[in-house]
Design a binder for this molecule. Structure first.
Ligand SMILES: [Cu+2]
Length: 154
């Protein structure tokens, strides 16, 4: 009986060793997959501390089907909008993180008060050239506009 128990222990050790070696090969593959699935960060400033009426950057180049995290911030002394309705409606929004609130579902535009930040995780679905602008009176005209170019995945 004692021999049998020892034999079982031995086989358990062998099994754990095999599992250990095997998982050593499996985990890097899993890690790689999660890197592929994690969003690409895009930092976008709405205005700046000098109160310039611009987006920084104002030209965004994206690939359809890739996941992005727009990290929006407003360091200017006044509020601004990130408005790109056509782009928003042809993208899939995973979520918007703003303050302590996480918003899910369709997003059309974001309003950022002075000093605020928001994160918008999305996947652009349709190639095209989309207009980005701030809808506050006079801001688009003053230069607060840009383009979001979505290219086909190669
Ligand atoms: Cu503005």
């Amino acid at each position: 009986m004692k021999i049998l128990i020892n034999l079982v222990k031995f086989w358990c050790c062998c099994l754990m060793l095999v599992v250990g070696i095997y998982s050593g090969q499996v985990w890097p593959a899993l890690a790689e997959t999660s890197i592929v699935n994690s969003p690409i960060d895009v930092n976008i400033s709405l205005g700046n501390t000098a109160n310039q009426l611009k987006f920084f950057p104002d030209q965004l180049k994206l690939i359809a089907g890739e996941k992005y995290r727009f990290r929006l911030s407003n360091s200017s002394p006044q509020k601004h909008y990130f408005t790109a309705k056509e782009f928003a409606s042809s993208s899939w929004t995973q979520k918007v993180d703003a303050g302590n609130v996480e918003i899910k579902g369709t997003v059309r535009e974001l309003e950022l008060r002075p000093g605020s930040t928001a994160e918008w995780v999305l996947v652009p679905m349709k190639p095209g050239i989309y207009t980005l602008r701030c809808i506050i009176s006079g801001h688009t005209e003053a230069g607060m506009r840009g383009t979001i170019t979505v290219a086909n995945a190669s």
